[in-house]
Design a protein around this ligand. Structure first.
Ligand code: AGP
Length: 606
């Protein structure tokens, strides 16, 4: 991913552009650049390495101008270098880009035949010369439209013009782009992180949209070049977002906003127009990956276990998972052909950061899946995939778990597609199923609100509890047990249902609550048999399924029937009742919901 910023102002813009680029370095930082309009000319400065190198250049040789664009790069086409850094400028236009232009080679050949020279190896420079060429024969709007229609692939663009030197143009297809409204200036950015230090009034572009910014207005046009109005969102700043609102505590807010955070996350990664997942810029070509290692702690580790099943089903890549505090001390054989993925909500967990550091010291490729993009883990990774869940304040992780699983699932589908290990129709079906997920999470939340408080009563006098599942439900059983433990201080164990007969069945006694996760997947019958074994020994079964017909239910204490969904997506819906169950048991026991005893939100020590 790369980071884009643009500002149209009535005052000098260079320092604001630099400050915003620093916020965007999680998207890539192998090179950086800025272009402003100074005395009617395009003034471009760029460098290899971090934004601070660009800042040092500007200290020595300031970029004046009240209109400009900036960029931090994660190399896709062309090595990380000054010449390949963005912006890419001609005498007439300057362009910054996030995305991949799939037909750049043929366009480059056509432009070279017309006499255009190329300085860089990037696909972005093709956009620069193509737009310059169209501007010779067409007015601004037509030239922009013809350029965009000629491009195949995905882009978020920021463009400035010598002749139209009071506007910044933005265009989105498949890569996120937003605008911000300021006092006598307006902003363009890859996401709200880049803009929130300058404004809290944001509009997100949709695929196909074009925006034209001056210092006192922003106009929007859709893919049919029709002027449109777009909603202005008021971004509450972190402390506002971290307000409970009408909720009793942060955890209930964070559980109940999971359909919204899931929708936001999916929107960030799905190119709606082209039905594509817009993750590229992998630090290692997915076709060359020999193994993927998923590493995390606690709930984040559970998301890794879930992802192991998805990667195994969707790709031919061997997958390993590890708890960060173990990984960091193993005599592990690190391999440059492997991709090491670190999952962390806070991005500051000491064990996870130490495991990442071990990989960096051994120069292997790393990716982090985080909720805090300015975090240490994000800034130290070769590649960052945010989960876009918004600040999570409750110590017990809920919406972040859904976000972590979402990004891991989307990553597995994308890697499978790049390696051609999934058919195009299956790829599109999975994308369509994903789009239904937020509404089904909402439906599950509504369904569980009333019955989990009743079920919770069964746990009040219990000596402990068991959570059992097979396949994709096994890590969810672990997560359900962890939620109950950390919120209500009741001992609980998650276990593979098939493992019970190898010892833990001895724990089953009259009245012990046992939560059985049995969606109608290929493990269903076997899990139901395990459930019968538990009932035969007096266990009090709470069955969570999406197919309760023809299950003998007289000895089942409670059955929760969640909505049907593609097997791959059942972990998301299975998680919701377990979160609410733990929440209600803890509430009945008057535990501190948001700050359970002995715990911390981010474990920044070993
Ligand atoms: C989850 O409910 C816990 N609070 C804990 O297990 C947490 O998931 C773990 O400490 C990892 O935190 P991180 O995601 O911020 O790295």
């Amino acid at each position: 991913m790369c980071g884009i910023i643009g500002i149209a102002s009535n005052k000098l813009v260079a320092s604001n552009i630099i400050q915003s680029l620093k916020k965007l370095e999680y998207r890539g930082y192998d090179s950086a650049g800025i272009a402003t309009i100074v005395n009617g000319e395009i003034n471009e400065k760029k460098c290899a390495g971090r934004v601070e190198n660009l800042e040092k250049m500007l200290f020595k040789n300031p970029s004046n101008g009240s209109l400009g664009i900036g960029h931090v790069r994660w190399a896709t086409h062309g090595i990380p270098s000054k010449v390949n850094a963005h912006p890419h400028s001609s005498d007439e236009v300057s362009v910054v880009h996030n995305g991949i232009i799939e037909n750049s080679n043929e366009l480059k050949k056509d432009l070279e035949k017309k006499g255009y020279k190329f300085k860089s190896q990037t696909d972005t420079e093709v956009i620069t010369n193509l737009l310059t060429d169209f501007l010779k024969d067409f007015d601004l709007v037509d030239a922009i439209n013809k350029t965009l229609k000629t491009l195949n692939g995905s882009f978020a663009l920021g463009i400035i013009f010598k002749k139209f030197n009071n506007i910044v143009v933005g265009a989105r297809r498949g890569s996120p782009l937003a605008v911000g409204y300021g006092p006598e200036e307006n902003y363009l950015g890859s996401d709200s992180y880049a803009l929130k230090s300058m404004t809290n009034k944001i509009t997100y572009l949709d695929d196909g949209d074009v925006c034209v910014l001056t210092n006192n207005k922003i106009d929007f046009y859709n893919s049919k070049n029709k002027k449109i109005n777009k909603e202005i969102l008021i971004l509450s700043d972190d402390k506002n977002i971290a307000e409970k609102g009408e909720y009793k505590d942060f955890m209930s807010k964070e559980i109940n906003e999971q359909n919204v955070t899931a929708k936001t996350c999916i929107k960030e990664y799905l190119d709606q127009l082209r039905k594509n997942i817009n993750i590229y810029n992998f630090p290692i070509n997915p076709k060359d990956i020999q193994k993927i290692v998923l590493i995390g702690c606690g709930t984040a580790y559970h998301s890794c276990i879930t992802a192991k099943y998805w990667f195994e089903e969707l790709t031919n890549i061997p997958i390993e998972i590890d708890i960060a505090s173990e990984f960091r001390y193993r005599k592990i054989k690190l391999n440059k052909k492997n991709l090491y993925v670190f999952v962390s909500q806070s991005g500051e967990t000491a064990d996870t950061f130490a495991a990442l550091d071990l990989c960096k010291k051994n120069k292997v490729k790393t990716c982090s899946i985080v909720n805090v993009v300015e975090s240490s883990i994000a800034r130290s990774s070769d590649f960052v995939l945010p989960i876009h869940a918004g600040p999570e304040i409750g110590v017990a992780s809920t919406k972040a778990f859904i976000g972590q699983m979402l990004v891991l699932y989307i990553l597995a589908i994308k890697i499978s597609e790049v390696r051609k290990e999934i058919s195009q129709s299956d790829y599109e079906k999975k994308i369509n199923d994903l789009k239904k997920l937020p509404d089904l999470i909402k439906k599950t939340l509504n369904y569980c609100q009333d019955n989990t408080p009743i079920i919770a009563k069964d746990f009040l006098k219990a000596k402990g509890a068991m959570f059992l599942g097979r396949g994709l439900s096994f890590p969810i059983a672990l997560e359900g047990a962890l939620k109950l433990k950390e919120l209500s201080y009741l001992h609980a164990e998650g276990y593979p249902a098939g493992e019970m007969k190898h010892g833990p069945l001895a724990l089953i006694e009259e009245g012990l609550p046992v939560v059985i996760l049995a969606p109608k997947d290929r493990y269903f019958e076997k899990t139901i048999s395990n459930m019968q074994e538990v009932i035969a020994r007096g266990g009090k079964v709470i069955l969570i399924t999406n197919e309760s017909n023809n299950i003998i239910s007289e000895n089942i204490r409670f059955t929760l029937e969640i909505p049907k969904i593609d097997d791959y997506l059942t972990p998301f819906l299975m998680t919701v009742p377990l979160q609410l169950l733990a929440y209600n048991v803890a509430s009945l026991k008057n535990c501190d919901i948001d700050k359970p005893r002995n715990l911390a939100k981010s474990v920044t020590v070993e």
